[in-house]
Write a new protein. Structure first.
Ligand code: ADP
Ligand code: XUL
Length: 522
């Protein structure tokens, strides 16, 4: 029975999904949660505390330890890794790991000791900036200037210089710590770093995730000389080659054979970003099916007919792992912002859903929130702190049900307004991610988008599933349609829009736009 493993190294957890393609079954779906299972790293939500609210870094050794913990735990529980015929993976996008010369030799790991300890001396920067970091506004301006303007960066890379993207993050490091930058021999994305570990080789970066760096020439599939130069010195030497996502990059490292019982010679396919992998896991590789992913970030994405860029500069074009391109917008204030409201009023997720579905109505009686608990990406708001407008009780944070509805309505309207540039009419949207369990949240999204929402029938982590399906396609040669039939079927419970709410949301969208303008000058 051919089995394929997909690993997803996401913001708050590491997940392994194994599909058995003959049986059409998911035979493993296990996660390690960084906060709960590895508290010693002090990253309860996947990032380290920092006095600067714009700085969000994680510890790359946490991800390596999580991998070993997960593989070991599943083996202990009786899972047989020797049956795996191909491996691929997914990583939170944009995050970067900085490694010195020793990295290249360290990859022939010693199976007798933990890998994190072996990789520690290879880090030229102890922490890894992740996608939540918004601290590189100055570097974005500098890169645009040096590269010939924002429009030129968009033309080449599919996005304007973006604070969380890897290029601006690299520039900041090169400016702030020149000696450590000089000692950096390799800069990996989370995806290519994890691929390097599992394959014991210096892995390439795939087009899907590479497009989130402001360095890749999308049309040519190569690093762009002008952008490299505008970003940091000698950068080309520090990056591995960009490759198509279906590239086989090596075989599982000998130490994983010895330690966890993988079969020697198991092929490893290039890892990609979590959103590109999710596009596959949701069966949405063809244009016409949009996906809403409600994870730590809320993202909205779809395969594209031809690469179109966002005139406002908030949206992106990434590589579609199945070929061609995909559009994406990302809201930083996703699940953690909803959690902040939930906790403020001592609710749980059921009560949160009830507040929306039973205790409040569309339009929220005029109560409106600008829900930027953290600096926001879409639209660009660098000043953190939610803003409330409406009744005195609501504004004073004394109306829990209205606050629950307000944050979700604002997020939904923000997603709708800022995805309009994609230009596809969305009658049906597939939803995934931790918050897609919540029917209250989904009902508001269905109403605001005026579209039916579908969830996957089985696995909720579509990025890990997508990585497993990519391995089944790229290594095992299974056809996408067959894989989607078996693994990406939607749940019979469809969330349909309540059309009578459309007017209230049109009004709210106008108000939301006006408040953004008044409050942030946007
Ligand atoms: P990521 O892959 O970005 O690490 P997930 O897709 O696993 O994140 O989603 C994690 C988030 O899902 C948590 O932060 C939590 O707020 C949210 N979540 C989990 N269960 C629910 C629920 N029933 N309703 C709403 N949100 C939920
Ligand atoms: C996408 C983005 C996030 C991360 C984490 O551009 O920044 O969605 O990939 O999931």
């Amino acid at each position: 029975m051919p089995q394929y493993l997909g690993l997803d190294s996401s913001t708050q957890s590491l997940t392994a999904v194994v599909v058995d393609t003959d049986a059409g079954k998911v035979v493993l779906n296990e996660s390690v949660n960084f906060g709960r299972d590895l508290p010693q790293y002090q990253c309860p939500n996947g990032f380290l505390a920092n006095p600067d609210p714009l700085v969000k870094h994680s510890d790359p050794l946490l991800w390596v330890d999580a991998l070993e913990l997960l593989l070991g735990r599943c083996r202990q529980q009786g899972f047989d890794w020797s049956k795996i015929r191909g491996i691929s993976g997914s990583g939170q996008q944009h995050g970067s790991v900085y490694l010195n010369e020793r990295f290249f030799e360290s990859l022939s790991f010693d199976p007798a000791t933990p890998l994190a300890g072996q990789l520690k001396p290879c880090l030229s920067r102890l922490t890894a900036p992740i996608w939540m970091d918004s601290s590189t506004n100055a570097e974005c301006v500098e890169i645009a200037q040096a590269a010939g303007g924002v429009a030129e960066v968009v033309r080449i890379s599919g996005s304007r210089p973006i604070e969380r993207f890897t290029g601006p993050q690299i520039r900041k490091f090169a400016k702030e710590d020149r000696p450590a930058y000089a000692k950096t021999a390799r800069i990996h994305l989370v995806s290519s770093f994890m691929a390097s570990v599992i394959a014991g080789t210096d892995a390439p970066i795939d087009f899907g995730d590479g497009a989130g760096m402001n360095l890749l020439d999308l049309a040519a599939g190569e690093w762009n000389g002008k952008l490299l130069l505008a970003t940091a010195p000698k950068l080309r030497d520090k990056l591995s080659t960009p490759v198509p996502s279906h590239t086989q990059i090596g075989e599982v490292a000998a130490c994983f054979v010895k330690k966890y019982g993988f079969s020697a010679g198991t092929p490893v396919l290039a890892f990609s970003g979590d959103n590109p992998c999710s596009l596959v896991g949701m069966g949405a590789i063809q244009p016409g099916t949009a996906v809403l992913s409600l994870g730590t970030s809320d993202t909205f994405f779809a395969a594209m007919r031809k690469p179109v860029t966002d005139p406002k500069g908030y949206g992106h074009v990434f590589g579609n792992p199945a070929g061609g391109f995909m559009s994406l917008i990302c809201l930083k204030n996703g699940s953690l912002a909803r959690e902040a409201v939930m906790k403020k009023f001592g609710l749980d997720w059921d009560a949160f859903a009830k507040a929306i579905l039973e205790q409040t109505e569309a339009g929220n009686g005029g109560n409106l929130m600008l829900p930027f608990f953290e600096a926001e990406i879409t639209p660009l708001v660098l000043k953190a702190g939610p803003q409330l407008f409406g009744t005195a009780a609501f504004v004073a944070w004394r109306n829990g049900p209205a606050a629950a509805r307000a944050i979700v309505e604002a997020q939904a309207i923000n997603l709708k307004l800022h995805s309009a540039w994609i230009g596809e009419k969305t009658k049906a949207i597939r939803v995934t991610g931790g918050a897609s369990k919540n029917v209250g949240i989904l009902q508001v999204l269905a109403d605001v988008f005026g579209a039916k929402l579908f969830r996957l029938g089985g696995v909720t982590n579509s990025a890990a599933l997508g990585a497993a399906l990519r391995a089944a396609n790229g290594v095992g040669g299974a056809a996408w349609e067959v894989l989607f039939d078996r693994f990406a079927a939607t749940d019979p419970q469809v969330i349909s829009p309540n059309r009578s709410n459309a007017k209230a949301y049109e009004k709210l969208a106008k108000e939301f736009t006006a408040r953004l303008k008044d409050t942030y000058g946007l």
